[in-house]
Write a protein that binds this ligand. Sequence first.
Ligand SMILES: [Zn+2]
Length: 124
Amino acid sequence: MITYTCDGCGKVLHRHALRYTVKIEVKAAYDKMEITLLDLIRDHREEMRELVEKMKDRDPAELEEGVYKHIRLDLCPACQRVYIREPLRFHPEQTAPPPPVDIDRFLRSLGKGGPSNEPREDGE
Ligand SMILES: [Zn+2]
């Protein structure tokens, strides 16, 4: 049985249970660069050698994360409600009031999300 774990609170989210995914891309952003003819004809070898020298003893994963990092989170409905209120200060222990509309029931009424009473692997 496929299960997910809420990355906020650690709750096990069983297959077909309502869960949310958060996809975050953190990437280096630069203003548009203007490349001139001088840039194209200039010899960059020494500059590149210095750059390679600076990076050669660094952790490759750390270097990569300095440019790009993709983060994917699975959240239970309670953590989703907390997350969307303050994504930069997400603390799953904060409680969020239940939504005025039961989105799980609504989605299931549309035929999305599969059966709601699927037996759980742990027998509950
Ligand atoms: Zn959670």
